[in-house]
Design a protein around this ligand. Structure first.
Ligand code: M7G
Length: 189
């Protein structure tokens, strides 16, 4: 039997190539709308930890491009989890899988409609796993989504997640973006 998901999802791969525009490096890999389709997509790709530096995977709702410019993302932001180099082997693939299962399994309840998709960035300076939400000003919704993420990833104090506004990240000059929300809240400066 086929077990339908609430949404159709698109898996994208970004292959780093400095000679091309960023958008031209983004490739659609596959689309799925059932649990079986999700697992065959996952089984068909290599885990994030085995990707070359500079690569990204994106799993976004069909109809939403995995870029800041999409109308669903232009006012949005992301819950961001940094994976330290020393924790990469333990955490990276595990975080990505747990986040994807929560996303396509709609573990965010009604707040799921405010989520565009999930991203993993493979970077030498530290990998990143993120969940993109559509409206950076909906603090209540984003808080609830962040809490579910924090639990799903089995994070514990002092693990920190930051919510960054895309507009701030895309306009950044240095490497630091001041987060709008931090979890656990006591780490908000
Ligand atoms: P990144 O991949 O988010 O993080 O951004 P990184 O700094 O850890 O590598 C790297 C660069 O990719 C940005 O400075 C942009 O040039 C480009 N880029 C990334 N994203 C997510 C977008 C996007 O949504 N739209 C556009 N136009 N460029 C992007």
């Amino acid at each position: 039997a086929r077990h339908p998901l609430n949404s159709r999802w698109v898996l994208w791969y970004l292959k780093n190539d400095r000679t091309k525009n960023w958008e031209d490096c983004l490739h659609k890999v596959t689309t799925f709308d059932s649990i079986e389709g999700f697992w065959s997509a996952i089984n068909h790709i290599i885990p994030p930890s085995e990707l070359p530096w500079g690569s990204d995977f994106y799993v976004f709702r069909e109809g939403i491009l995995p870029m800041w410019e999409d109308e669903n993302n232009v006012k949005g932001g992301r819950w961001l989890v940094y994976v330290e180099r020393a924790r990469r082997a333990q955490d990276l693939d595990h975080y990505w899988m747990e986040l994807l299962m929560a996303l396509v399994g709609e573990q965010f309840g009604e707040d799921g409609a405010s989520i565009s998709g999930a991203v993993v960035n493979i970077r030498q300076k530290g990998d990143k796993v993120a969940l993109w939400t559509k409206d950076a000003e909906k603090d209540g919704t984003n808080y609830r989504i962040g809490h579910v993420c924090y639990d799903v990833l089995r994070m514990q104090d002092p693990n920190v997640m930051r919510y960054e506004v895309h507009k701030d990240a895309s306009a950044r000059t240095g490497s630091c973006v001041k987060p709008r929300i931090v979890l656990p809240a006591k780490y908000m400066k």
